[in-house]
Design a protein around this ligand. Structure first.
Ligand code: SAM
Length: 251
């Protein structure tokens, strides 16, 4: 049985799509997708030797070597063009994830890929920015809590009118906010346009957590005498005020 987090990712994968899971570790996700007959075939990509071996073993133990190809390499470099319709990347930071997507895009590895399911552990806004920049339509997102950790899962698709639909998505629904248009746009990149439209308790918990973290950092910066610290602290305080205002409006 998959974890709640991996199950959410699996639920977004379109039935019948061949999948490439990048940074697959034990290949839990592709093994599940094959066993559940969601995907006819899968590629598991791993940068590191240990997880690569673990993925191979997992595939062999499950009797799936004919349908699961495990490859060692950096990011999307393991993929040939038109080998998969869905790419999943989960359990790493948004910065690394967008670097992997950018490098893969530049190398033509996303040709034929029509769906991305992404679960960044932190820095979700970098992933939303990447999707927007490359005209992937953010079709839906989820937030969930498991074992005391909060995860976001983003589901993006390549469609013809992605640019128009993303524009509609990010430039509507700012009715109760006192934020300016640009600030509302940036907040959506950070907190998620869908997550903000249907705010769940877990979203409040996540951002209260982030506020506490920023508060602690500001406390530390206040004890420093460096002028940069004061500037940084002011930036964080301004950021915190925007987040607080948004949370208040959502309640
Ligand atoms: N995707 C799995 C999940 O969500 O449960 C495993 C997540 S694990 C925390 C992150 C994995 O990404 C590690 O196994 C690591 O070796 C791999 N990884 C890190 N950088 C990578 C890269 N540039 N290309 C491929 N895999 C990478």
């Amino acid at each position: 049985k998959l974890s709640k987090r991996l199950q959410k990712i699996a639920d977004y994968v379109t039935i019948g799509n061949r999948v490439a899971d990048i940074g697959s570790d034990h290949a839990m996700l592709p093994v599940y997708l094959l066993q559940a007959n969601v995907s006819p075939s899968a590629i598991a990509g791993e940068l590191n030797r240990g997880p690569y071996e673990a993925a191979r073993k997992q595939g062999a133990d499950a009797g799936l070597t004919a349908r699961l190809t495990v490859r060692q390499g950096d990011g999307l470099s393991v993929l040939l063009p038109n080998e998969a319709e869905t790419v999943t990347i989960a359990g790493m930071g948004g910065s690394l994830m967008s670097d992997i997507l950018e490098a893969g895009y530049a190398a033509g590895k996303l040709e034929g890929v029509t769906e991305l399911v992404l679960q960044p552990n932190v820095g979700e806004e970098l992933v939303r920015k990447w999707l927007l920049k490359h005209n992937w339509f953010l079709k839906s997102e989820s937030i969930l809590e498991e074992d005391g950790k909060i995860y976001e899962v983003l589901h993006a698709v390549r469609i013809n009118d992605a640019e128009k639909r993303n524009h509609e998505l990010y430039h509507s629904g700012n009715k109760q906010m006192t934020l300016g248009v640009e600030q509302w746009f940036l907040i959506q990149l950070q907190m998620g346009p869908y997550l903000l439209r249907q705010p769940q308790q877990v979203l409040f918990r996540k951002w209260q957590h982030e506020l506490n973290k920023l508060e602690r950092i500001c406390g530390q910066l206040a004890t420093s005498e460096l002028p940069e610290s004061a500037i940084k602290r002011d930036q964080f305080l301004a950021e915190m005020n925007v987040i607080k205002e948004v949370l208040q409006c959502l309640r």
